[in-house]
Structures are given as C-alpha cells and as structure tokens.
Ligand binder design. Structure first.
Ligand code: SIN
Length: 478
C-alpha cells in the first residue's frame, strides 16, 4: 500500500471536500492537501461511531484483539514508509520516526493482549442467596484528539485501548500532522477493522471540531493530549454532559543529578530526556537541577555531548530536526532571551532568532546555566532543544526545586544511593518517575500525570480500564 491518504475517513469511506495544506516544517513545501471537515462531516463520524458501537462491543475481546494485532503488524511491515511520512509532516529525525512507528505498534500489540483480559469480579455476598457480579463495559463512542509531536504513538495508545475495551473512535489529529493518522486508518481498513469503528476527521478548525464532538451526547468519553489550557477548556465543556475525560497535558519535568550520581550515565539520560523529538515532548526534561558537587562535571560533559549533535532535515541522518512551526520557534527564542536578560549564562550555542520562516525553525542546541525561578522557562514548557541548569545546595534543596511547579507529569533523578532513590520516588510530585532512566515511556506502564499535567492513564491495563465502566449485577440465586 503506497497511496497517500488525504481524505477524511468516516464510516469506512474516504470523504472529500474543501482542502487545507499540510506543509513540511523543514522547508514549508506542501506535502498534501487534506479534507477540511465540516460540521456535517463531524456529525456523520459521530453517527457512524454510534452505529458501529452496537456490533463492535458485542464482539468477543479476543476477536477485537486480533484486528489490533494485525494493525500493529501492518505498521511494522510498512515502517519505512510511515517513518518517512512522519519525517515530512513532523520534521523529526528519521531514526526517531522509525522508533515512533515501533512505539505506536507496541501499543497496538499490548492492547491486543489486553482485549483478552478485561476481567470482571465475583464478590462474596453476605446474603447466601445472592451473587455479586462486576463486569467491565465499554464506555461508548469516544472522541480522541491527538497532538502533532508523536502522531502515530499518541493515536495508537488511545485507539488501541479504546478498541480493545469495545469502544469506537472518532479521531481528530492535529492540523499539522493528519497524514500519519490517515495512513493508520488506511491500514486499519486493510486489516478489516469494520466501518465506523475508527473514524478520522481532519481539519484546521480544531476548536470547532472539538466543540462539535463534545456537544454530542453520543460521545461518552474524550481523550486529549495537548496543552494544559486547551485541556482545561475541553474538560469544562465535557462537564454538563458528564462525559468521561482523560487528559495528558503539559509537563515541566525536573531532571535531578545528585552528588553521588554516575555523571556519564546522567549525561546519556539527559540527551534522551531533553532532545527526543527536538525537545518537543511533554516528558522532555525542562529543568536540570544539579547538586553543587557535580554541577561543573555534569555541565562540561553535557556541553561536550551536545556539541556533537547535528541539526538539519529529518531524513539527512541528523539528531535534531526543525521545530514544528514559527509559533514554536518564536516561543523558544523568547524563553532563551528572557533567561539571558535575567542573568543566565550561555554555556553552549547561540540564542535563537525567533524570526518567522523555516530557516529559523532549525534551532541548534543551547545550554544555559545560572537559571533562577524568576525566569519564564522555570515555569513554562520550553518544547525545544534548550538545556536549563540550576544548581542545588543539597538533596533536600534539589527535591524542593523539582517540586516547584504546578505540573506533575514526570520527574527524573540520577543517584546511586538506594535510600535517595526511594526518597525521590516517594517525594517527587509527578505521575511518573525515572530513576537513572531518561525514557520512561513504554506500552506496559501507566503513562500520565497529576496536578496541572492532567488525569487518566494510558498504556498498561489501566489504559484499557480508562475506557470501561463498572457494572454491578446483584443476582438472586436462592
Ligand atoms: C508526549 O510528549 O505527549 C508523549 C511522549 C511519550 O509518550 O513518550
């Protein structure tokens, strides 16, 4: 299968209409013109998902799992093409695009297994004539709104869980990266996912499409990955109808290096935690907090490693691709300028210009030291290849600094000491903790945050449970 899908996918049909351009962030070249869905298209997708729900939920879990497994396998078989498409629409380096296709497929494989394991319970009753049965039912048709930073993986971990549970889906990809989602719909159709089970509405009117999905009482759950501001608005809009909501929102991850850490391992972890997807990840290390005794060693080794990173077009063997758009490069430049104006030191790189245009979206890595809480990047997600280092006096100071944020997605800590590891595992106010590990994301674990980073979990058996509701049945047997 090589045809590039450009139409929305609704009820098993490719739907055309007015178009919008999808551009390569590296050079602004037009990759494709994609259907800009109308309200009527969105309504048709909701109706299709509601119709298909009746038969999809009635399928045995293992049968649903077979289709998910096949979809994952088809993605892997088509890995090179899918990765190249991701490089074009997202800009990420090819090796990361390949890793993303595999990461996405791993969710489909995982949830294929979980489709067989949505167990209920039998609870011993105090009345001998009664049985207490608890089953897990699918919540219903779901709206899933996915971001541009991991277009395959963020869809796969929502879609896989929803379909495994017996829900149907209307997916709305980001306007910057709809092509990967449409490619997945194409593969889904090829492996036999029934019409209406997995619909894709594409478009530039993100707010209007989201509002239309939420306004429908047929949609029983919203899962969203994106910014905290938008997530809060979507959750508010879901409240009148009491829709279930899962939100994977912003992060402001601390990356703590304690005095006893293996500094080389910390540098290796930092490169992944910071530069994966050019720093455009919710789990990206945002604030490096380094205990005084190793601050100089860690900074100089990190600078040496960062100096080797190459920047350019994603398919040219580089480590760092362009930022997604001008808004992103402007924001990164503004945060760096703000930090420098408030006393930060440029330990490596040059301050990005923040000017519009593709040339300015290629931001070479920057390392800043002397960071203070007065600087905007201490509070805000940088979402770019900028390392911001602040020194901590001791362990207690490092933990206090790490928790000095309204966000709570992930925290990283490097230390060899088991007691310190335990204190940080307990003390970090985050949904996820990486101990001597710069990459916590995996299909088997519950991914998600606390505080302003949202709620709900994706991946693991918890990911499927988020798409189910409990039903208690009291059965009189005497
Ligand atoms: C994200 O940036 O939202 C998720 C990244 C991941 O799954 O590792």
């Amino acid at each position: 299968m090589t045809d590039l899908a450009r139409d929305a996918y609704i009820d098993g049909r490719w739907v055309t209409g007015a178009r919008f351009e999808v551009r390569d962030p590296f050079d602004d070249s037009v990759i494709a013109e994609v259907t800009d869905c109308t309200d009527a298209d969105v309504d048709a997708a909701i109706a299709a998902a509601a119709r298909a729900f009746v038969t999809w939920r009635a399928q045995p879990g293992p049968a649903r799992g077979v289709l998910l497994r096949k979809l994952g396998e088809r993605m892997l078989a088509d890995e090179e093409r899918l990765a190249r498409l991701c490089v074009r629409e997202n800009g990420k380096p090819m090796k990361e695009a390949v890793a993303e296709v595999r990461y996405a497929a791993s969710f489909l494989a995982w949830f294929a297994g979980e489709a067989e394991r949505t167990y209920g319970e039998i609870i011993p009753a105090s009345d001998a004539t009664k049985r207490i049965l608890v089953t897990r039912e699918p919540v219903g048709p779901c709206a899933v709104i996915t971001p541009w930073n991991f277009p395959y993986a963020m869809l796969a971990r929502k879609l896989g869980a929803a379909l495994a549970a017996g829900c149907t889906v209307v997916a709305k990809p980001a306007a910057q990266t709809p092509l990967g989602t449409l490619a997945m719909a194409q593969l889904g159709a090829a492996v036999g996912i029934p019409a209406g089970v997995f619909n894709v509405v594409t478009g530039t009117r993100a707010g209007a499409i989201g509002a239309r999905l939420i306004a429908s009482s047929a949609i029983r759950k919203l899962s969203f990955t994106g910014s905290t501001g938008v997530g809060r608005d979507l959750a508010t809009a879901c409240a009148p109808d009491l829709k279930r909501v899962s939100l994977e929102l912003g992060g402001n991850a601390p990356f703590v290096v304690l005095a006893d850490a293996d500094v080389d391992a910390a540098v290796e972890g930092a490169l992944v935690a910071k530069f994966r997807n050019t720093g455009q990840s919710c789990v990206a290390a945002n604030r490096f907090i380094v205990e005084q005794a190793v601050a100089e060693a860690f900074t100089s080794k990190l600078v040496a490693a960062v100096a080797k990173l190459t920047t350019g077009r994603g398919d040219s063997g580089v480590d760092i691709g362009p930022l997604i758009d001008d808004k992103a490069s402007h924001k990164v430049a503004k945060l760096v300028a703000d930090a420098l104006s408030k006393g930060a030191t440029l330990a490596h790189g040059t301050a990005p210009s923040g000017q519009p245009g593709p040339a300015h979206r290629l931001v070479a890595p920057v390392v800043l030291t002397g960071i203070t809480p007065a600087m905007a990047l201490w509070r805000e997600e940088i979402f770019g290849p900028v390392v911001a280092i602040r020194v901590a006096a001791d362990e207690a100071d490092a933990l206090a600094q790490a928790n000095d944020t309204e966000y709570g997605l992930v925290g990283y800590v490097y230390t060899r000491d088991a007691a310190r590891q335990a204190r940080f595992a307990d003390g970090l106010q985050t949904g996820m903790v990486g101990i001597n590990d710069g990459l916590v994301s995996t299909a088997q674990a519950p991914f998600g945050g606390i505080k302003q980073s949202g709620y709900g979990r994706e991946g693991s058996h918890h990911g499927v449970e988020d798409y189910t509701q409990l039903k208690y049945v009291a059965q009189k047997v005497g």
